[in-house]
Ligand binder design. Sequence first.
Ligand SMILES: NC(=O)c1ccc[n+]([C@@H]2O[C@H](COP(=O)([O-])OP(=O)(O)OC[C@H]3O[C@@H](n4cnc5c(N)ncnc54)[C@H](O)[C@@H]3O)[C@@H](O)[C@H]2O)c1
Length: 438
Amino acid sequence: MNLTVIGSGYVGLVSGACFSEFGFNVTCVDKDAAKIDSLNAGAIPIYEPGLDDLVARNMAAGRLKFQTELADSVADADAVFIAVGTPTRRGDGHADLSYVYAASEEIAAHLSGYTVIVTKSTVPVGTGRNVAAIIKKTNPDVDFDVASNPEFLREGSAINDFMRPDRVVVGVESDAARDVMAALYRPLNIRETPILFTTLETSELIKYAANAFLAVKISYINQMADLCEAVGADVHDVAKGMGLDQRIGAKFLHPGPGYGGSCFPKDTLALVKTAEDFGRDVTIVNDVVRYNAERKASMTDRVITAAGGDVDGKTIAILGLAFKPETDDMRDSPALDIIPRLMAAGAGISAYDPAAMEQARPLLPEGVSYCTSAAEAVSSADVTVIVTEWNEFRAMSPADMAGAMRGNVLVDLRNIYDPAAVMKAGLNLSNIGRSQQV
Ligand SMILES: NC(=O)c1ccc[n+]([C@@H]2O[C@H](COP(=O)([O-])OP(=O)(O)OC[C@H]3O[C@@H](n4cnc5c(N)ncnc54)[C@H](O)[C@@H]3O)[C@@H](O)[C@H]2O)c1
């Protein structure tokens, strides 16, 4: 089968590469000519472990190609995936569907023969039907169906998540579309991956319901962490005690500075807006949106308090800029809240991230000093703040850190260090939900 993937970002590029690994002929299209040029030159424009090998192997086998024009590949395609961005619409919190609808119009003009148009982007309920209406209006004679196939991959483990998903969700309305989608995911049958066929609306809602649930779980443990600090309990033991209950599960019970990233912030907001549109309440999700914003903002106060109440003139080392490890994605990263607020309070910032420095630069204020290593960032710092839990930070010895720093304050927003080792190294530790033992 021939597939076209519109949008070669985190999702489009990974999906396209993985479908080509399954053996299909895939053309990945993107309007961003620089991205396509770099892919054709063998350079991967995002940081995603394993993606370079996967892309190179399938390009060499002639199953994967990259181009800015969609006309010829759409005409030959059995299925066209829309994997463009659906960011928050400026001003009102709804998902901005302009990229999805623009792509639909462009696709419509070039369709030929029966084709399934699949939304892989995260889109609100009703979008699939709107895509169908756009295609019908633009090209009334074309033979097509729409399908919804939300993507659940996580940046940092995207290839494994795509190749070994917990489930695949597909919204379809015709047997023909169902057959095409079943054929595309047949390679997963060997692992007995559940494939859930539903209606378009159900499939679209599953993605938001799942993401919002995870955001609720993270916020829940963050609130428990706050409570642990107040009552003198340890949030890790609380999480363990909760997570051993199989009805709850241990995942997503790690406390931190509040969720960020390309999905949870925008998807929780969009779900709230969908509920408003349909006259229903998702008050739990509303509260989580508010609480998470407050939490991210409050992390700066936590650093200032740990630094003795004032950071004016102090140098603060920030370790980790990306919203999570193993990605260079800066979208809604807690670092984007914390760093500008610390600078506004008079602090100087020495920052280091193993992958996201280039992405971070245009998003952070002038004056941040970007370092080439964690050791360089920490040297001469008054305060060190762990914002992202990259493994290379876990491996740093508190004693070495204490020796290199000018000051002795460590703010561990990811709880990656053993408090006893930090105390032994002579550092004052502020961490999350462990009733500040040091
Ligand atoms: N990033 C994730 O971890 C993740 C996971 C699951 C689902 N999603 C969803 O997948 C969708 C895509 O997310 P992403 O992170 O890959 O976005 P992204 O911003 O990394 O990539 C989107 C790409 O689409 C391109 N594009 C936009 N309009 C186009 C058009 N008309 N023709 C060709 N290319 C076009 C852009 O140039 C960009 O390269 C979103 O709806 C997102 O919510 C993302």
